[in-house]
Each structure stands twice: as C-alpha cells, then as structure tokens.
Design a protein around this ligand. Structure first.
Ligand code: NAD
Ligand code: WQD
Length: 354
C-alpha cells in the first residue's frame, strides 16, 4: 500500500480511516499520511480535541482531511459509515488515555476503549475492510524484569483500568485476526508506544492537555510558561543513575511515521497479527529531561523533589530492533528536538487560547 503522490486522489490512492484523528498522535499521523500521498478520513467525537485541528492540518499539508464526527461506541453509526466507504486500512487511535481518570471512571474507559475497538472490528469485518493498526502502550509491560523490553517480554498485570483496556484490546484484535475463517486479507499491527512527546515542527498542532497535566512534558511546558508554579519531581530514590525514573521518550512525528510503515508492512506480512515496540531505544531520567529542556530552550524550570507517585515504575526503555528491521522505520528526532518542539507548541497554544 504505497501511494503515488499526485495533487488529486486517483482511485488507486489508498484511502485510510483514522479514528481519533484530531487528537494528539492522530493529528500528527494524519499530517504524515497526507505528506506521503495517502487520502485520509478522520472519525472523532471531539471529546478530547477540536475541529480547528482540521484547519491546522490543512495549513501544514495543503490538503484538508475528510472528517465525520462520530463516536466509536455507536456501533450502528460506525457500521453504516464503514459500509459506505471503501477504505484500504484503519488506524485506530480513538480512546480515553488518562491513567488516573481511568481508576475513578473504569466503566467509561472500558466502554470507550474496549467496546469502541470491538465495534470497529465488527464493522471492518462486515464491510470487508482489511488492515488495522492499533495504538497500544508500553504500559502493558509494567515494570519488566529485564531491560530493554522486546516484544517477547512477558506482560505484567495492569495497574489501572486504562492499562487493562489496552491489554484486552490487544487480545481482542489478535484473536479476531488470527481466528480460523478470518478473511485472508485481514491483518493487524499492534504498536506499543513508549512515551510520546513534542509536536510538529510547524508549531500548528500538538497535545491539548485538559486540566492539570499528568504527564511530564506538558507539565514542564506549562511550568515554563508560568501556568504552574513549579514542577514536582516524583521521587529521586529509585535505583537509576540519578535516582529519578527512566523512560523512553519518542517524538510524536517519529511515532506518527511508524503507523505508515505499519500500513505498508501489512501488505506483505506473513503473520496475521504483529506487535512492535515504538521507542527510540534510549532511556532518559526525569532530571535529564529537565536539564535538556532548560538548555535547549534557554530557560530555568522551578522544580522540587517530592514523594514517589503511586503506581510509577522505576525504569523502562525499548528494544526497537524489530521495528527498525521489519518496518524499516527509524526515529529522526532526538531529545533536543522533542524539548524544542514541545516548548514551541506551548507558546502557540497560548496564542490559540487568547
Ligand atoms: P488524544 O486524547 O489526544 O486523542 C484521542 C482522540 O480520540 C481524541 O481526539 C478524542 O476526541 C477521540 N475519542 C476519544 N473517545 C472517542 C470515541 N468514543 N469516539 C470517537 N473518538 C473518540 O490521545 P492521544 O495521546 O493522541 O492518544 C491516541 C491513542 O494512543 C490512544 O488510544 C491512547 O491510549 C494511545 N496512547 C497514547 C499515549 C500517550 O502518552 N499519549 C501512549 C500510549 C498509547
Ligand atoms: C514520566 C516520568 C513520573 C509528571 C504514562 C502512562 C502510560 C503512557 C504514557 C498511555 C515518571 C515523572 C511526571 C510530573 C514527574 N500513556 N513525572 N512529575 O507515567 O511513564 O506513562 O504516559 O498509554 O500508559 O502511564 O509518563 O509522563 O506521566 O511520567 O516527576 O509532574 O515523569 O514520575 O517517572 P508515564 P508520565
């Protein structure tokens, strides 16, 4: 499924459905898809994104993606939509994603993430649509016994309904695509993202955190912007070189391109369902992120070491060899660009909100 780049889509231009395509990772993936010549249709209920993102995508790429406001929990609407479109593949981002909120609202998380995924697979099967790329998460590994983690590293019990929803969706997709009698053309790829950060270098799209951010990078950028008084560093007594937890941060545009490589890979994939880690393979501590952010953006971040955050793991980073060799994907951006683009986006967000 490699498109030819032409100004007007021809019938041979692959048509890709992107659920959750106005969200953070979805919008970056739509940009990369359009840049590579794909025709894109977004489905999103706009529960955690804005319709203006479509204007921004158009500004960046010169093309406006098709858009339908639709909730993936609505099985009938989804089935009706898919039966009227001839998609060549689906990238499924639509989900709720806050670990803390999932503990307070487990049923909402299972309904959006698990029921939504089930509805999508059923609708794809009845419309005969092949090829599904799914947003999974390194959260399925928990705190692994050995590092770095490969795709064969055993999964640990989930620490939250959010994590459990990703584990369940992986199992549903794997079972659906490997079932006896599943269509020959039916393929799936589960991408286990590590920690996505940063934004498109244009500064036109990025993450839209609501309320107080849980994640490190949006908390850092809001502190740098003066929206938060100080950053709390959750613990410096871990068994890591500087005592703060280590993660594999990946630039969102690099992550976005992995989805396109996955779509291409499914055309020749021998296995019906494949799993890939999508990380840079490098681990950085919280203090290293703070220091790099300060240095590349030439500013000072007020921060204080506090108690550990319950549920946090000590360290994780990816073995990404499988994605490098099999998907022929490789990350282009380093920590410097992740910190620079995250800050540029924070500054344009303030303009946007004015
Ligand atoms: P996001 O909230 O920015 O994007 C999700 C999009 O899905 C939003 O536009 C939202 O409006 C939409 N959506 C939610 N529920 C929906 C529903 N029922 N019907 C239709 N649309 C719905 O989140 P993101 O960071 O872009 O995450 C995208 C995917 O990647 C999610 O599946 C998330 O679990 C997964 N993921 C995210 C991270 C991360 O750190 N951001 C890490 C690993 C995996
Ligand atoms: C990173 C590090 C914190 C905020 C979460 C989800 C995971 C995935 C990615 C979706 C940790 C520290 C953070 C702060 C801090 N999402 N930190 N002060 O916890 O690795 O992963 O997002 O799938 O499922 O669990 O990411 O960005 O929250 O934290 O010190 O204010 O930063 O303790 O060590 P995490 P994070």
């Amino acid at each position: 499924m490699s498109p030819t780049t032409s100004p007007n889509p021809s019938p041979s231009t692959p048509h890709i459905l992107v659920t959750g395509g106005t969200g953070y990772i979805g919008s970056h993936t739509v940009v990369e898809l359009i840049k590579e010549g794909y025709r894109v249709h977004i489905l999103d209920n706009l529960s955690n994104s804005r319709e203006e993102t479509l204007d921004r995508i158009e500004q960046i790429t010169g093309k406006r993606p098709e858009f339908t406001k639709l909730d993936v929990r609505d099985a009938d609407a989804l089935e009706d939509h898919l039966s009227h479109h001839d998609y060549d593949g689906v990238i499924h981002f639509a989900a709720l994603k806050s670990v803390g909120e999932s503990v307070r609202k487990p049923l909402e998380y299972y309904e959006n993430n698990v029921v939504g995924t089930l509805n999508l697979i059923r609708a794809m099967q009845s419309a005969g649509i092949p090829n599904l790329v799914f947003s999974s998460s390194c959260t399925v590994y928990g705190q692994p016994d050995t590092l770095p983690v490969t795709e064969e590293t055993p999964l640990k019990p989930a620490q939250s309904p959010y994590g459990e929803s990703k584990r369940i969706c992986e199992a549903i997709i794997r079972d659906a695509t490997t079932a006896e009698g599943a269509p020959e053309t039916s393929r799936s790829v589960l991408l286990r993202y590590f920690n996505p950060v940063g934004a498109d270098p244009s500064g036109l799209i990025g993450e839209l955190p609501t309320g107080v951010p849980d994640n490190l990078m949006p908390f850092i950028t809001q502190t740098a912007a003066g929206i938060r008084d100080e950053l709390q560093v959750f613990g410096n007594d871990y068994g890591t070189p500087d005592g703060t937890p280590v993660r594999d941060y990946i630039h969102v545009s690099d992550l976005a391109r992995a989805h396109i490589r996955a779509l291409e890979y499914m055309n020749s994939a021998e296995e019906p369902c494949s799993v890939f880690n999508v990380g840079t393979g490098e681990g950085y501590s919280v203090l290293e992120i703070i220091q790099t952010f300060e240095k590349v953006n030439n500013l000072q971040l007020p921060y204080r070491i506090t108690e550990r955050r319950p549920g946090d793991i000590e360290q994780i980073w990816a073995n990404n060899e499988k994605a490098l060799h099999t998907l022929k994907w490789s990350p282009q951006y380093g920590l410097k660009e992740m910190c620079q683009t995250a800050w540029t986006w924070q500054q344009s967000l303030e303009e946007l909100d004015r």
